[in-house]
Design a binder for this molecule. Structure first.
Ligand code: ADP
Ligand code: MG
Length: 577
């Protein structure tokens, strides 16, 4: 049974499969490797995922959801038209799309996957990711950390490596730092740190708010009053951000309040230096996790042999310069930063399948956050509850099993409600509550009756808690791994039923939908005298689509493409595939 590797990103997702002794990327319905992690719910209720949905984000933002990876592990729902979805539900749509692309590509049913997550994801976020997989009809055989997956790719291709590496992964929405040691084909992760609310999209947002300021506007106000204006401006800023790699300056004009670009409006010019100045506060934020990882690894920055860059946002020139100056060496970007994670996930899948091509590879990982329980502390003769007592410290190599002894705080206490937390806060409430376990059967007697708490944590983020009461010999066990600890099986069943009713936009028509959405987006950018012409061609195209006759719509499609290229628009369908 083939296991595919999936990089489920904030901005882009992709999958790979281990075939003919190496990882192979799987193309989407558009022949591209990257599938934008964008979901749209069309007016007729059909769900659209990927490139076509991304195009709609500019013209119909209220029908589109993106960046929902940032909401994984929360209960927050996103409204799409008259229906609302949670982050795992939306992620399941992306996964479902990748699954069907893989099935098409491999000509077989796929039901198992390795999915990557940011190293810094906590257990609720990891469980939400597993749950998303289940909702998409995928058994998630392993959840692995994105930088670890990237390192697997480097380790797979560079067999003679013997180095201490730092992987810096800045994607669209999350930031991860991982330090590891590679020795022959053994990969040992030493420390991970990160921030789950920092990524390339923040750089784009920052640019947009600064551009608005140049026009004398405030982004909060525009966001509230004119979402179409902001959506178009963000898309312009995203394009400009990428352009600033090759050019010194870009021009951006303010879209109208209804989201159209009026070429007669005076644009502002943004020089690369100015852009870089705007980005400084974000760049500075990168340093804290970097320093924490170096500290936890007990290393000096000079002991690192190489810095590897992963994630699209590490392409930024200012980021590379910033890191080079702070870390005193030039970072490397040997493989495509968009693709290394998915390839590593496929290598992990091969490891699970005992594929002979990877039989000499060994990998160990660490847990990114501290795990412990809530305890009471004795202050001035009084027990004060609410403190956090670590049992497994962050950056401990996993799998790991650790035991600590605790005792009751009052006389004749026969029960303890054990609360399991994850985090670094001194007080329990500052950390994440992962689950609870009731310990009973403690014999009557004085306070201070002992009980032993053992935590066992495995690479998939499954935590097993075992409590033994020595006086009675009674043992309590709990596996804290439910997809969402706050959800009961009935609620899960309800979600499954809700999603079963969802209709997906047919895969073989996606190409047409993409072209249509693309044209609808640029309609807001073409000069007035051409708008009518394009509009007319779109009517013909849409009409031909409704006919359902391929020979009819293929003709209309070709005419549209000719029109686009003759007017200087690049509709680069399949260009990166
Ligand atoms: P994720 O894994 O979180 O989905 P990706 O690794 O695909 O994210 O990176 C997406 C981010 O990278 C986006 O915010 C995008 O703007 C940014 N990005 C991609 N290419 C460039 C570039 N050339 N310059 C600056 N940012 C880039
Ligand atoms: Mg990524």
């Amino acid at each position: 049974m083939t296991i595919i590797g999936i990089d489920l990103g904030t901005t882009n997702s992709l999958s790979a499969v281990f075939e003919s002794e190496r990882p192979v990327l799987i193309p989407s319905a558009h022949g591209r490797y990257l599938t934008p992690s964008v979901v749209a719910r069309l007016e007729d209720g059909q769900i659209l995922v990927g490139d076509a949905a991304k195009e709609l984000r500019v013209t119909k933002p209220h029908l589109c959801a993106s960046r929902f990876k940032r909401l994984m592990g929360t209960q927050e729902a996103i409204q799409l038209g008259n229906q609302s979805f949670t982050a795992p539900e939306l992620s399941s749509f992306v996964l479902r799309s990748l699954k069907s692309d893989a099935e098409k590509f491999l000509s077989k049913t796929i039901s198992k996957a390795v999915i990557t997550v940011p190293a810094y994801f906590n257990d609720l976020q990891r469980r939400a990711t597993r749950f998303a997989g289940e909702l998409a009809g995928l058994e998630v055989v392993r959840v692995i950390n994105e930088p670890t997956a990237a390192a697997l790719t480097y380790g797979f291709y560079d067999r003679d490596l013997r180095k201490k590496l730092m992987v810096i992964d800045l994607g669209g929405g999350t930031f991860d730092v991982t330090i590891m040691e590679v020795f022959e084909r053994m990969l040992e992760i030493i420390a991970s740190a990160g921030e789950s609310m920092l990524g390339g999209e923040d750089f784009t947002d920052k640019m947009a708010s600064n551009v608005l300021m140049k026009f004398g506007l405030q982004s909060e106000v525009v966001e509230h009053k004119y979402p179409l204006q902001l959506a178009r401006l963000k898309q312009k800023c995203e394009e400009a951000k990428l352009k600033l790699l090759a050019t010194e300056a870009v021009e951006i004009s303010l879209p109208s309040q209804s989201g159209d670009v009026d070429p007669s409006k005076q644009p502002v010019s943004i020089h690369r230096d100015e852009f870089e100045k705007w980005m400084e506060p974000l760049l500075t934020r990168l340093m804290r996790p970097i320093e924490r990882a170096i500290g936890d690894a007990n290393l000096d920055v000079n002991q690192l042999d190489e810095i590897l860059l992963v994630g699209g946002a590490t392409r930024m020139d200012c980021l590379q310069k910033f890191l080079a100056s702070r870390l005193k060496r030039k970072p490397l970007c040997q493989y495509n930063p968009d693709e290394v994670v998915a390839m590593g996930a496929a290598i992990q899948a091969a490891l699970i399948e005992d594929n002979a091509a990877v039989e000499d590879m060994v990998m160990t990982d660490v847990c990114p956050h501290t795990l412990g329980i809530e305890v009471s502390k004795l202050f001035g003769g009084e027990f004060i509850p609410g403190y956090f007592e670590p049992i497994i410290h962050r950056n401990t190599t996993i799998p790991v099993s650790k035991e600590k002894q605790f005792s009751t705080v009052s006389a004749n206490q026969t029960e303890v409600q054990l609360r399991v937390y994850q985090g670094e806060g001194r007080r329990a409430e500052d950390n994440l509550l992962l689950g609870e376990l009731k310990v009973d059967g403690i014999p009557l007697g004085r306070s201070g009756a002992p009980f032993d708490v053992r935590f066992s944590y495995d690479p998939s983020g499954i935590l097993e808690v075992e409590v033994v009461v020595p006086q009675s010999g009674k043992t309590h066990r709990a596996v804290i791994s439910h997809p969402d600890s706050r959800m009961n099986p009935k609620q899960v069943e309800q979600i499954v039923r809700k999603l079963q009713k969802v209709k997906f936009y047919p895969r073989d028509l996606l190409e047409n939908k993409l072209l249509l959405s693309y044209c609808e987006r640029i309609l807001g950018e073409v000069p007035i005298h051409l708008r009518e012409e394009l509009n007319g061609m779109l009517d013909v195209f849409e009409n031909s689509l409704r006919s359902g006759d391929p020979s009819f719509y293929e003709l209309a499609r070709n005419q549209l493409r000719i029109w686009l290229s003759s007017h200087g628009f690049t509709f680069d369908e399949g260009s990166d595939g």
